[in-house]
Design a protein around this ligand. Structure first.
Ligand code: BGC
Length: 534
């Protein structure tokens, strides 16, 4: 196997800057706070940090609407604060990647302000403008955030295209000036020393050139899933250009990310998902695994069944750290943070959720039903402040400060909460945080889990998901067996080899060697990771 790059062996941890750590006590996370938590992150055992956007933004889409690609939003600090954070991360051996929002800018970005100022402005063609068809919209495309994807600009009488909010006009990537300007911004951060980028909304960068109507009978919600309005060939070429700029002119590789999304942890589903995702990867591409981020329900809530929530969250981590690919964790999941449903529409910050609420009310839905609906769909549910301690505001901000989103009260010890805080779990060997640390350490000590081939075993089982990660360079192959049911099971895993030596087990004693694999027992929701012995 070829020598792996750092981003192939690393475990990434996503920081949502607004909610991670409030260093100046104003209720909003910032770089001073992030720098103060670097030792925590190092100790947790992750290798690289991905920051959601930290750039100046009017916050229509919580930072994914940028007005200055080479700046730092004042509420997060200064460029010097950023540098101190970056240097601190590097001193600890942690890499840092940024979020590259390229599909669109803020409508308040100077480029768009110029572009909309007149039809013949030199930046007119930096965005996607259209005079409209038959006196109406240019086509039947919808915004991913709801409503038509075109907004009429009364001053110049043309429509501009926005895949997301109307405050996020799409850039025209077919214009070489756009590419050059954006590449300059990319270089700015690379020159400062950042290690790479997460590419935001990458599938939507290029619109189909002829802006044709989509002819699908599917609903708007289904359309969100299907990238019917994008040009995949142009997108792939774009990825190759970006890849070369970031890593090296020589490196020929597609920066393919394949996300794993599921609401069900069943062996059949995972096997099938793995098969499809790995088969779809072009040669030389590398998968990336994530189960939660700032857009989705938190993993703790996603897999919860009301009875075994904690065990299911642990299984999801075991899965993501042992399957082939680069794992991405989301801040707060290491302490088992759950979704928090807001109960007052005035507290909401996520625009699509507010829109959903308003639309439901306009349709005559009772206010409490509309609120519940919006709360369940709102991305605010997974963006609440990090819970550092059993203290006012969960230690995120000082007592008495109103945080930008409310703190989830689960931080308090039972019975008031679930004890979901860093300080509350740090010293407890049985806590979720200790489990994360242990599993991250194990992954580091077992190279087969990072680099080995993937071979499912006992594929007939509908209760156990088991697979081998092949050994290499003198490292033993690893057997991973996960019992995804609440009952104890015994499985014949001898297909993997005659015996294994336990490296990590939820119920058996640690490091029990020479376990017979013909009748292998796993406790309810048991996790087993073992080194195969000859
Ligand atoms: C981001 C979202 C954002 C959208 C538009 C997605 O990839 O993860 O948070 O709303 O792009 O920028």
């Amino acid at each position: 196997m070829a020598v792996l790059q750092w981003w192939q062996t690393a475990v990434f941890y996503q920081i949502y800057p607004r909610s991670f750590a409030d260093g100046n006590g104003d209720g909003i996370g910032d770089f001073i706070g992030m720098a103060q938590r670097l030792d925590y992150l190092k100790d947790l055992g992750v290798d690289a940090l991905w920051l959601s956007p930290h750039f100046p933004s009017p916050q229509y889409d919580v930072g994914y609407d940028i007005t200055d690609y080479t700046g730092v939003a004042p509420e997060y600090g200064t460029l010097d604060d950023f540098r101190r954070f970056l240097d601190g991360a590097h001193e600890r051996g942690l890499r840092v990647i940024l979020d590259l929002v390229l599909n669109h800018t803020s409508h308040l970005h100077p480029w768009f302000v110029e572009s909309r100022s007149s039809r013949d402005n030199p930046k007119r063609d930096w965005y996607v403008w259209h005079p409209g068809r038959d006196g109406g919209l240019p086509n039947n495309w919808y915004s991913l955030f709801g409503g038509p994807a075109w907004e009429l600009d009364p001053a110049t009488g043309e429509y501009y295209y926005h895949m997301f909010l109307k405050e996020q006009p799409d850039l025209n990537w077919r214009n070489p000036e756009v590419k050059a300007a954006m590449w300059d911004a990319v270089r700015f951060w690379l020159d400062l020393g950042v290690d790479g980028y997460r590419l935001d909304a990458i599938g939507t960068v290029y619109e189909a050139a002829d802006l044709r109507d989509h002819r699908s009978p599917i609903t708007q919600e289904e359309l969100r899933q299907a990238a019917l309005t994008v040009d995949p060939n142009a997108t792939n070429q774009w990825l190759r250009d970006a890849w070369k700029l970031m890593y090296s002119e020589q490196l020929e590789q597609d920066g393919v990310h394949a996300l794993m999304q599921t609401n069900r942890l069943t062996p059949a589903w995972i096997r099938d998902n793995q098969r499809q995702r790995l088969a779809a990867l072009p040669p030389g591409a590398w998968p990336c695994n994530t189960l939660g981020n700032h857009d989705t329900t938190r993993v703790y809530t996603r897999f919860a069944d009301g009875a075994h929530d904690e065990a299911l969250a642990r299984l999801s981590l075991a899965l993501i750290l042992t399957l082939p690919g680069t794992p991405f964790l989301y801040n707060g999941e290491e302490i088992g943070m759950a979704d928090y449903f807001l109960d007052d529409i005035r507290l909401f910050r996520d625009p699509p959720a507010i829109r959903l609420y308003e639309a439901a009310i306009a349709e005559g839905t009772p206010a409490d039903t509309a609120l519940r609906l919006a709360a369940q769909h709102s991305r605010d549910r997974c963006r609440t402040p990090m819970q550092w301690a059993d203290a006012p505001n969960a230690g995120f901000s000082p007592a008495g400060v109103t945080t930008w989103l409310p703190v989830n009260p689960e931080y308090a010890p039972p019975p008031a909460g679930r004890g979901v805080s860093v300080a509350g779990q740090a010293a407890d060997p049985g806590s979720m945080l200790s489990f994360y640390r242990a599993l991250l350490r194990l992954r580091r000590d077992a190279p087969a889990l990072v680099a080995g081939d993937y071979q499912p075993v006992a594929v007939e089982r509908d209760d156990v998901f088991a697979f081998v990660r092949g050994g290499n360079n003198g490292h033993p192959a690893c057997l991973v067996a996960l019992n995804l049911t609440p009952l104890g099971v015994t499985a014949d895993l001898s297909e993997a080899g005659p015996a294994a030596c336990g490296l990590f087990l939820t119920t058996l004693g640690q490091r029990e060697c020479e376990q017979d694999l013909t009748a292998f027992s796993l406790a309810p929701h048991g996790i087993y990771i073992g080194a195969l012995t000859a």
